[in-house]
Design a protein around this ligand. Sequence first.
Ligand code: SAM
Length: 206
Amino acid sequence: MLSIVATPIGNLEDISLRALQTLREADVIVAEDTRHIGLLLKHYEIPHKLMIALYDEIESRKVGELVSLIRSDQKVALVSDAGTPLISDPGYKLVREVINQGIKVETVPGPTAAITALTVSGLPPDKFTFWGFPKKNKISEAEGTNIYYVSPHKLLKFLKLLKGNQEIVISRELTKVFEETWRGSVSDAMIKFANPKGEFVVLWHI
Ligand code: SAM
């Protein structure tokens, strides 16, 4: 069986009992960065497992090997460096192939930065569009609340693509020591985040 296991987006306490149990029972852990998940396993005193790396560049060719493992009755847990696998992270091709082959897949839900930011934003949560990371020089938006992941070195470039007077919400370092949710105009955001550091989610409502 394949288990998709969500892990914390910062605060190590944000992990479910079921996620810990699934990781304890797994034969194999498939992770983006195996060192990163190693720290989580160590923190929760979960014995070291066979670890297999899975990142975007190799996902297509790794799928066959992983499906064979799952077919041979190995319990495989898929994790990301942070948050929910598949959400702007690898795993979709594996899950699709597992489903196509009629193998059982379960998900162990937990944190995801987009939803965490939405809940603390104060913006209407009833209709929202999650766009993931922005595509080159183009920002799509839809009616309702728009949610983007933005890496720090691209934040200012991203803000320049928005209207200066647009009211936005920026959540930074959610669940971590320097967590901050800032609200204001795009022009003010460019001053406030002139030297962006950390992980960012940008939201606005239209
Ligand atoms: N799978 C993850 C999830 O479920 O949220 C997202 C992984 S994606 C590669 C990483 C991006 O998620 C970061 O660049 C940032 O935009 C956002 N992110 C992850 N953790 C965050 C945090 N603690 N605070 C703010 N944004 C975060």
